[in-house]
Design a protein around this ligand. Structure first.
Ligand SMILES: CC(C)(COP(=O)(O)OP(=O)(O)OC[C@H]1O[C@@H](n2cnc3c(N)ncnc32)[C@H](O)[C@@H]1OP(=O)(O)O)[C@@H](O)C(=O)NCCC(=O)NCCS
Length: 193
């Protein structure tokens, strides 16, 4: 059982496929303020597990509760040139497994940020936390997220039908997994060593 507590968290760095440096830093209340408008944006939140927030206070509480307050998860803010570009997290630790999550602000979309961060955090989980299996779930319509997971060495393992309620509708969930023993993805710098 992995114990996700303070001294195992580390700041991380990764280069995107275009060579852009992303820094993965400790979330602070000040940093999460940059994300409030994004979690109030219905388009950005259309495939998340919660609908877009309508009140800034609720959005702030959600972000701080998920990313800043101490808990059993590892969280990072993605920084590009000192600005907040999104977040990445590892949560739901159980039996040497955990789940991967990520969010990239629309202003930074399409630049490989999610792919780079997802793989960096996945690699950290396998090598530093000794996580045997990572899970990830995505809305079946979230094609960009499916590409992020495929590029990070995850396999699409199935789809759970109508397993969670989003607003008034029941939604399916596409399930992905990656084992520590799976081949390194092409984007890994260690791939050819
Ligand atoms: C989905 C999300 C993480 C993608 O982040 P991103 O930084 O733009 O992703 P990347 O630049 O790394 O691109 C990933 C891939 O998706 C593709 N892509 C991007 N937008 C796409 C779209 N609208 N339709 C299809 N593919 C798309 C890119 O071409 C790229 O494919 P490639 O690796 O084959 O070239 C980001 O849009 C986001 O955070 N959205 C809101 C929250 C969310 O959905 N989080 C994930 C929950 S599972």
């Amino acid at each position: 059982m992995v114990e996700p507590v303070g001294d195992r968290w580390q700041p991380l760095e990764v280069n995107t496929r275009n060579g852009t440096l992303l820094e993965l830093v400790k979330p602070t209340e000040r940093g999460t303020r940059d994300l409030v408008a994004d979690v109030m944006d219905a388009r950005q939140m259309q495939f998340m597990h919660v609908p877009a927030f309508t009140e800034a206070s609720a959005a702030t509480a959600f972000l701080n509760g998920m990313l800043v307050e101490p808990g059993m998860s590892f969280n990072w803010l993605l920084h590009h040139e000192g600005a907040t570009a999104g977040w990445a997290c590892l949560f739901a630790f159980e039996h040497d497994m955990c789940e991967l999550g990520y969010f990239v602000r629309s202003h930074y979309a399409g630049r490989g940020f999610a792919t780079a961060a997802a793989w960096r955090v996945t690699h950290f989980a396998h090598t530093v936390l000794d996580v045997r299996r990572l899970n990830a779930s995505a809305d079946p319509r979230n094609v960009a997220s499916h590409r992020v997971l495929a590029s990070s060495g995850f396999t699409h393992e199935g789809t759970q039908r109508a397993n969670f309620r989003y607003g008034s509708a029941w939604q399916d969930t596409a399930l992905f997994g990656r084992l520590r023993t799976d081949p390194l993805p092409d984007i890994s710098p260690e791939h050819n060593t």
